[in-house]
Design a binder for this molecule. Structure first.
Ligand code: 1CP
Length: 343
């Protein structure tokens, strides 16, 4: 494989790079005053479904910082909406569905409409034309398990018991739901790739709520189907495996080209277990961005030293940036990663 003109894509493909590329999960979000200003005037759904607004918000962190990739402004919960389940963002709660899944007929009724995504696809083309060719555009979707957690509860939860009990008590119905989410996600990913994204990340943010035994049988097969589809399109796949990062052999079974890891594991240990079978993305503890620049530098150095002087690393946080972070700390982080990894 030869180098592309995008450092982020080269790192995903484990090609030699001049320095470690960096982007930040949730970089287009509430810690940015310019995001909050737009959000005062526009609803979250308008921001996702108006191509010009979607592009503007996606570009906010790119215009402010020297990041190597943009992530399209959207949400993992567009998949339930494309299946007929709508949500609202409720202050201090988060996304809340008009109606959660209560019974079998609610699952039967889910009916995928690809038309739902048309403005998102327009938005992607617009972002791609506004973005420097050397910077990558990341598309994304949620892992079916993570998305289904919200569909059963109807809102964020501390334990996602409803989906956990559904899979134990009614595995056939559970499979019906997971198949519908998986097929919708594959169609959605095809649309994103056609519209111009350069890589796709699958967020399994609720991966931590499933037992290892259940993961292999009830979550992995659906993730693997999606990842295999992305791989067949020659677009780098990134699997963010929150809560599963000490089970490297398990998450390697997804066949993802890049493994996104949370902050609870040592990146050097992960690298030694992965043995060049995937590139690695991560994994600064997001709370470090609330500390002084001196601490940020120390913690970034630990990650870079632990990874060693090798390619196949994409610097990121171990989960999304939080709303209380000062944007100046983000600027410092990006500069220090570049300085410490430059060859
Ligand atoms: O203005 C606001 O109040 C909206 C807050 C917000 C934002 C900025 C939500 C609601 N979603 C988003 C955008 C978003 N969501 C992006 C944008 C691109 C970027 O990264 O900059 C992405 C990638 C997501 C993905 C997402 N949505 C995830 C996976 C990532 C993660 O952080 O774990 C999850 C779990 C969601 C659900 C969701 N949507 C919004 C919130 C507050 C949540 C979390 C709910 C919970 O607490 O479980």
């Amino acid at each position: 494989m030869k180098n592309s003109n995008q450092i982020f894509i080269d790192a995903c493909n484990m090609l030699p790079v001049d320095r470690t590329p960096i982007w930040i999960m949730r970089q287009a979000g509430r810690y940015l005053p310019e995001y909050r200003k737009i959000r005062l005037k526009s609803s979250f759904h308008d921001m996702m479904h108006t191509p010009e607004l979607m592009s503007e918000v996606t570009m906010l962190p790119i215009n402010r910082f020297s990041l190597d990739a943009a992530i399209m402004f959207s949400d993992i919960l567009v998949i339930p909406e494309s299946l007929g389940m709508n949500f609202k963002l409720v202050p201090k709660v988060g996304p809340v569905f008009e109606q959660e899944i209560l019974n079998e007929s609610d699952i039967e009724k889910l009916n995928f409409q690809n038309d739902y995504f048309k403005n998102i696809y327009h938005g992607i083309s617009l972002i791609r034309s506004n973005l420097d060719q050397k910077k990558s555009l990341i598309g994304f979707a949620g892992a079916p398990w993570t998305v289904a957690c919200y569909m059963l509860e109807g809102k964020p939860s501390k334990d996602y018991m409803k989906l956990r009990s559904l899979l134990i008590e009614k595995p056939i119905l559970y499979k019906k739901l997971m198949d519908k989410i998986t097929n919708a996600t594959i169609d959605y990913i095809d649309g994103q790739i056609e519209a111009g994204v350069n890589a796709i990340q699958i967020f399994d943010s609720n991966g931590t709520y499933i037992s290892k035994y259940h993961y292999e049988k009830y979550s992995l097969p659906y993730i693997k189907k999606i990842i295999n589809h992305i791989n067949s399109k020659n677009v780098p796949s990134i699997y963010f495996a929150k809560g599963l990062c000490s089970e490297i052999d398990l998450i390697l079974k997804t066949e993802s080209k890049v493994l996104g890891i949370d902050w609870t594991v040592d990146i050097g240990d992960v690298k030694n277990k992965v043995l060049n079978r995937a590139a690695i993305q991560g994994n600064l503890d997001p709370s470090v961005l609330l500390c002084s620049n001196k601490i940020i530098k120390k913690e970034v150095s630990k990650i870079i030293n632990s990874f060693g002087n090798n390619h196949g690393h994409i610097f990121n946080l171990g989960h999304g940036i939080t709303p209380s972070v000062n944007p100046n700390s983000v600027e410092f982080l990006i500069d220090i990663v570049k300085e410490l990894t430059a060859k």
